[in-house]
Design a protein around this ligand. Structure first.
Ligand SMILES: *[C@@H]1O[C@H](CO)[C@@H](O)[C@H](O)[C@H]1NC(C)=O
Ligand SMILES: *[C@@H]1O[C@H](CO)[C@@H](O)[C@H](O)[C@H]1NC(C)=O
Ligand SMILES: *[C@@H]1O[C@H](CO)[C@@H](O)[C@H](O)[C@H]1NC(C)=O
Ligand SMILES: *[C@@H]1O[C@H](CO)[C@@H](O)[C@H](O)[C@H]1NC(C)=O
Length: 492
């Protein structure tokens, strides 16, 4: 059966491959560079309310009509909970070295704290053991948007300081339980997306903002949530360093989303607007982690609404990442713009995003309207992290491009546009590592066409297609392209 599947995979890839060749190889990148794909628990596991898992804030959020264009839920998604072996086998065939996945907090602790759920704990044991048996290195994220619903009901989740010790206890449990085999930990994925979309515009669970149906205050809550996300991250890192790092010898970090913001014109006003955009996104988290306090620009523009770190908190947060994951997809122009309609995180930037200059689009648009193909922005983003934050150890935690969810077989497998994207973006990454950025790995988003949050299943980012009726996996042309790059390992 295994052999048959492998043959089907290889012959399909050979038949459908129209993809361009590439001059990239493992030798293009530093020694021991890691290639992999990324996912998150909620997006791939399915079985959202089975095997003892407690609900998370997304289960509740998706119940309101219109939450996704296709009324999607994560009840089943791509059922990785049962099909993880297929997925790991596909990683091996492509020649990947690593897989970035997240642990569902409410699958481990259905009530957020207290008694653990043995079925959930055992699932991650199986996944990790199967990966290691197949030489796929686990990169494990502890939080990817999926707060246990109970904690939202009890104390408004990330708005309360109570979330800090609760998250730290969950992290402690994971280090203790899996840390003998997991050497690459990430506390929180994209705290900015959580704080700004969860509490600034209500686009993500728990759906809070000024005027939102679930309540909220767009001028204050994003900063409070962001503050607690940073403190929770730092508390988990402290536990790892105090109790586990000596015996387990791993690394721990955080994953941050970072669009590159290019000034629309090279006037002082637009240059400063682009600077603010970078400080309000990456800098919001990376500045405290590097320097122990929020960026001066944010302090100036947000004023009293921006919480402050105590001396002790500042010491905990500063230096709290051995490695920083950068999730990068696209680039926008920015112009100076003061939006006085109401006070909010988005308007605090005093900047407006623009998608063309002199009538020329910044890049080709993907299926997702927000995603423009702008490879040169990737180089600038990585070099910015290197130059501004003391050249930290980095991974690229996410990078990829989508196609329409209505693409069907076999057409959906011919993803030349995706090969072009990866080829151009990886060339820019090579340029950045050649220029001294300390990037040690690259994770494509995503292995599978999975549940894409507010897009439901109407957007496909996978390099592997999933038949939503049978859950059979069909590798796309881009898997064959990756196989060329990672060849020497695949053929060992
Ligand atoms: C989603 O659900 C709403 C409410 O039940 C319904 O009106 C709408 O037609 C559904 N949309 C789709 C794409 O199924
Ligand atoms: C998903 O599961 C929830 C809880 O069991 C249920 O209320 C809902 O109807 C399910 N949705 C679908 C589309 O199966
Ligand atoms: C935060 O601390 C800084 C440095 O001590 C201080 O300048 C600033 O006014 C404080 N901000 C608030 C909102 O308390
Ligand atoms: C100004 O802010 C409001 C409220 O956040 C928003 O709806 C509007 O789109 C913004 N305008 C511009 C031009 O950014």
């Amino acid at each position: 059966m295994e052999l048959l599947r492998a043959l089907v995979f290889l012959s399909m890839a050979a038949l459908v491959a129209h993809g361009r060749d590439t001059d990239l190889s493992r030798d293009s990148f530093p020694k021991d560079f890691v290639f992999g794909t990324a996912s998150s628990a909620y997006q791939v596991e399915g079985n959202a309310l089975k095997y003892g898992r407690g609900p998370c804030i997304w289960d509740t959020f998706l119940k309101f009509p219109g939450a996704t264009p296709d009324n999607a839920t994560a009840n089943v998604t791509v059922d990785e909970y049962h099909r993880y072996m297929d997925d790991v086998d596909n990683m091996v065939r492509v020649g990947f070295d690593a897989y970035r996945f997240s642990i569902s907090w409410s699958r481990i602790f259905p009530s957020g704290i207290g008694r653990y759920n043995k079925d959930g704990v055992d699932y991650y044991h199986r996944l990790i053991d199967y990966m290691l048996a197949n030489k796929i290195t686990p990169y494990v994220v502890l939080y990817h948007y999926d707060l246990p619903e109970v904690l939202n009901n009890q104390y408004n989740g990330w708005l309360s300081p109570r979330v800090v010790p609760d998250f730290a206890a969950f992290a402690d449990f994971c280090f203790k339980t899996y840390g003998d085999r997991v050497k690459n930990w990430f506390t929180i994925n994209e705290p900015r997306m959580m704080a700004s979309h969860g509490y600034g515009d209500g686009f993500f669970a728990p759906g809070r903002c000024s005027g939102c149906r679930f309540g909220g205050n767009s001028a204050t809550e994003p900063y409070i949530a962001g503050h607690h996300l940073l403190l929770a991250h730092a508390a988990a890192v402290k536990i790892y360093r105090d109790k586990y790092i000596h015996a387990q010898q791993g690394k721990i970090g955080i994953l941050l989303d970072f669009v590159w913001y290019e000034p629309l014109t090279y006037t002082t006003e637009d240059e400063f607007a682009a600077h603010r955009a970078r400080e309000f996104t990456l800098g919001w988290f990376m500045h405290p982690i590097t320097y122990g306090h929020y960026p001066e620009t944010m302090q100036k523009f947000v004023g009293e609404r921006l919480p402050n770190f105590t001396e002790e908190q500042s010491r905990l947060v500063q230096g709290s990442a051995d490695v920083v994951g950068i999730n990068h997809y696209t680039t926008y122009y920015v112009k100076n713009y003061e939006n006085l309609t109401h006070m909010s995180y988005a308007n605090d930037w005093h900047a407006q995003l623009v998608y063309e200059r002199n009538g020329v689009p910044i890049g080709k648009q993907a299926h997702s309207k927000w995603l423009y193909v702008v490879p040169w922005g990737f180089y600038k983003a990585v070099i910015h992290v290197k130059d501004k934050y003391r050249n930290p150890l980095m991974i690229i935690g996410e990078n990829g491009i989508d196609q329409s969810g209505s693409d069907t077989l076999p057409h959906a497998l011919y993803d030349n546009f995706r090969i072009d994207y990866f080829d151009q973006y990886l060339h820019e990454l090579k340029r950045a590592t050649d220029d001294g950025a300390r990037v040690t790995g690259y994770f494509a988003w995503s292995l599978l066409d999975n549940f894409e949050w507010r897009m439901g299943f109407t957007s496909k980012f996978g390099i592997v297609y999933v038949d939503r009726k049978t859950f059979t996996r069909y590798p796309k042309d881009s898997t064959r392209w990756f196989r060329k790059i990672s060849k020497d390992v695949a053929d060992k």
